[in-house]
Design a protein around this ligand. Structure first.
Ligand code: URP
Ligand code: ZN
Ligand code: ZN
Ligand code: ZN
Length: 466
């Protein structure tokens, strides 16, 4: 088959470290060459894309999504088809989703189920983490097989007793095995045992509104879980990655560990940078739209997370995309906040929010934007240098990014399969004009032009950062 030669012309390449004028040449699915201005050969090129006045960025990597996930008595409303297409619209070209081991079943069954959910559906490439709900003599030996298939990180939960929760002994054994295998442990570090007691006490007092979801999950439950996860990982000699870190007290634990030289990592999510507890307190059950775990915190705490992103104490921003419709899904908790399926849509809006609220507001540089949305997750999760940067030989997952494009975030303009946007009516600046997934344009000027199933499963390498 003849190869396809594509040239992205006249843009400004932005990586985690460099910003320079260049043309990017692609042959088939890979970046083949990067030319200084005027240095690219005249062609013929099969496809040329004009990037004059625009940036050329690596496609976003979202290391935390939950497509088609059964949770809270229902199922996350985006599946791999709708969710990865929405991701592409927003400039994300790889997701790492969480395959779930159902209690009592082998890991194999959970991983196969997730392959079945995703196969033939993706608009962009995808990889998996494995959630372990039993860590025991049956599942520990299975971890090696899972790693050999390119699923090189395992998530465990200190929260959700009776559902996804595993105890400290299980966490510790999982970490020891991960250390042997070169796998990374992702922790939902929030102490679910006292939280469940606070929840029962609140309900007994008749406190049923969505805001009580937040008030029964105090920061200290997250700080304690984070501290404990770091201690267990240190004892096991394993690297650990805190998912969805929401506030300063947990961040302090991460800072302390990193300053001691431990391989401790953490992500936060746009909802903790842009939304607050006040949203959860909205009247007439509207607060349910903002119920996620850990909960949204008081607004003044957002700046702590921005500071963490600037100082590299936080390395990644991913979305924890886990959408539930207000109608029929969030409504399950109309009379009891504990029955509201927790999670929020976000896979499409991450880059918009971080460019507008981060780069344009002067909180982070363009290079740091690229680092936290693409390069750092690629490095931490074993996708680098195939993905996460602009370099010769890398997958041509690229964005032509218009840093001045003004648009409205709304349920009506976004593409996630959910009946609301947590950012309804917010105007943002910055959007991709072209999104390329392995060299093929999948979104062009706001139109999806890709093909369902072109996204492929990506095997990830083992952990190699210290
Ligand atoms: O509320 C959330 N975060 N839902 C998704 C499950 C999880 O804990 O990541
Ligand atoms: Zn979680
Ligand atoms: Zn530090
Ligand atoms: Zn999650």
């Amino acid at each position: 088959m003849p190869s396809t030669r594509t040239l992205i012309q006249g843009g400004t390449v932005v990586t985690a470290v460099d910003t320079y004028a260049a043309d990017v040449a692609i042959i088939d699915d890979k970046i083949a060459a990067i030319f200084g201005p005027g240095a690219a050969p005249p062609g013929p090129w099969d496809v040329t894309i004009d990037a004059t006045g625009k940036y050329i960025l690596p496609g976003g990597i979202d290391a935390h999504t939950h497509m088609d996930m059964p949770f809270g008595g229902t199922t996350a409303s985006d599946d791999f088809e709708t969710g990865t297409r929405a991701a592409a619209y927003g400039g994300t070209t790889t997701i790492v989703d969480f395959a779930i081991q159902t209690k009592g079943d082998p890991l194999r069954k959970g991983l196969d189920l997730w392959h079945n959910k995703a196969e033939g559906k993706g608009a962009i490439d995808y990889a998996f983490h494995m959630i372990m709900t039993d860590v025991n003599d049956q599942t520990i030996p299975e971890m090696g097989q899972v790693v050999s298939e390119g699923v090189t990180s395992f998530k465990m939960f200190m929260a959700y007793p009776g559902v996804l929760f595993v105890d400290d002994g299980q966490i510790f054994r999982g970490m020891q095995r991960a250390a042997e295998l070169g796998a990374l442990i992702c922790m939902h570090a929030e102490n679910g045992i006292p939280i469940d007691i606070l929840v029962q006490q609140a309900l007994a007092k008749g406190h049923t509104a969505p805001i009580y979801h937040g008030l029964t999950r105090p920061q200290i439950a997250e700080a304690e879980g984070t501290h404990r996860a770091i201690c267990l990982a240190e004892m096991a000699g394993a690297p650990v990655y805190m998912v969805h870190l929401s506030a300063e007290r947990a961040l302090k634990q991460v800072v302390e560990a990193r300053d001691r030289g431990l391989p401790t990592f953490a992500e936060t999510c746009p909802q903790y940078l842009f939304l607050s507890q006040d949203d959860m307190a909205r009247p007439d059950f509207e607060g349910a739209k903002y119920v996620c775990t850990p909960p949204l915190r008081p607004a003044h705490m957002q700046e702590d997370l921005w500071r963490g992103l600037r100082t590299h104490d936080l390395q990644v921003v991913s979305t924890d995309h886990c959408p539930f419709c207000q109608k029929g899904q969030k409504e399950l908790g109309k009379d009891n906040f504990a029955k509201i399926p927790n999670g929020m849509p976000g896979v499409e809006t991450r880059l918009y929010l971080l460019w507008d609220g981060g780069v344009r507001k002067g909180r982070i540089s363009m290079n740091r934007f690229v680092e936290i949305t693409a390069t750092a997750p690629a490095k931490i999760f074993g996708l680098y240098p195939k993905k996460g940067t602009i370099a010769v030989g890398a997958d041509a997952d690229l964005l032509v990014w218009d840093g001045e494009k003004r648009h409205l975030l709304s349920e009506n303009t976004l593409h996630m399969r959910v009946d609301y946007s947590p950012y309804e009516g917010r105007e943002v600046v910055g959007a991709p004009t072209h999104v390329l997934s392995r060299g093929k344009v999948v979104v062009e000027n706001g139109q999806y032009v890709g093909k369902k199933g072109d996204g492929r499963f990506v095997k990830r390498g083992t952990f190699n950062l210290m």
